[in-house]
Design a protein around this ligand. Structure first.
Ligand SMILES: C[S@@+](CC[C@H](N)C(=O)[O-])C[C@H]1O[C@@H](n2cnc3c(N)ncnc32)[C@H](O)[C@@H]1O
Length: 261
């Protein structure tokens, strides 16, 4: 499968999943934690007029938490269905929100100009197909997306090496077992959700089954696995400079912060 086809596949999975995304994620404190990270980076590395881009803004919940604090925030996402929630959020009125897949970042940046801080949080960049598409996205952000001294931040899952399987896995997530998650309420309907996690040597696959009024739909999201040290090596190889992690940042997941020198 080609790179673009696979990128499309993962952004497209969110088209269906978008209906349940906020219900599944909101109660985990994940949006607040991400907003704290962005706030800290914006204050630490940039001036007051910092231009900020959420390059995987999804439903826009993180941007909404920042909307009153920064003059220039923008979002993009490859799933029009995820973006629909951002576009209908009153807190984001006037905030530029664009439907764009990462393979089109160069043309996006040529229209919008450069940013001082670009982030992809919520384990988003792992949706890319493989190492070369990961490097292309970062290269595009470095060359065309960031202003001089601009900062990139992205997070990853806390993958660990499994000696027996001979590949990375996510600790504490049962493999091949259908696990029932907390039920969620959407449009006043109670919805049961299960997930089943499997792997191939490069990717994790999480199949969600969503059961609503006795009808079940399935949707699989997949993630490229890479350990943090390997990801750091690649970003420095393509020309990013390292940045010391501000001690006030308390990420829930490993986070990589790098600067365009
Ligand atoms: C895990 S969600 C995170 C959303 C948001 N950052 C959050 O934390 O709630 C990942 C997002 O990446 C987007 N995405 C996946 N593949 C993409 C691609 N090729 N181009 C642009 N966005 C993509 C999905 O549409 C989805 O909204």
């Amino acid at each position: 499968m080609s790179k673009i086809e696979n990128d499309l596949k993962d952004a497209d999975s969110y088209c269906m999943f978008s209906l349940y995304y906020q219900g599944l994620v909101k109660s985990r404190g994940h949006f607040e934690n991400q907003a704290d990270i962005v706030r800290t980076l914006a204050h630490r590395f940039s001036s007051k007029e910092v231009r900020i881009l959420d390059a995987a803004c999804g439903t826009g919940d993180v941007l909404a938490l920042l909307a009153n604090e920064f003059l220039s925030i923008s979002g993009l996402d490859g799933s029009p269905e995820m973006l629909k929630y951002a576009l209908s959020n009153k807190l984001l009125e006037g905030v530029p929100l664009t439907c764009c897949r990462w393979n089109n970042l160069d043309s996006f940046f040529s229209r919008t100009g450069k940013y001082d801080l670009i982030y992809l949080l919520g384990n988003s960049i792992a949706h890319t197909e493989n190492l070369s598409s990961f490097i292309e996205i970062l290269g595009s952000i470095l060359v065309n997306g960031l202003s001089k001294n601009g900062v990139l931040a992205f997070d990853m899952r806390d993958w660990v090496w499994d000696q027996e399987k001979r590949h990375l896995i996510q600790p504490n997530r049962p493999i091949g077992v259908e696990k029932t998650l907390e039920s969620i309420t959407v449009d006043r309907s109670e919805i049961a959700v299960t997930e089943t996690c499997t792997y191939d040597p490069e990717r994790q696959y999480v199949k969600y089954k969503i059961i609503r009024e006795d009808r079940a739909v399935e949707c699989t999201l997949s993630y490229l696995m890479m350990d943090v040290q390997a990801a750091k090596k690649f970003i420095y190889q393509i020309g990013f400079s390292s940045v010391d992690m501000p001690s006030s940042i308390k990420p829930k997941y490993p986070i990589i912060i790098a600067r365009k020198a």
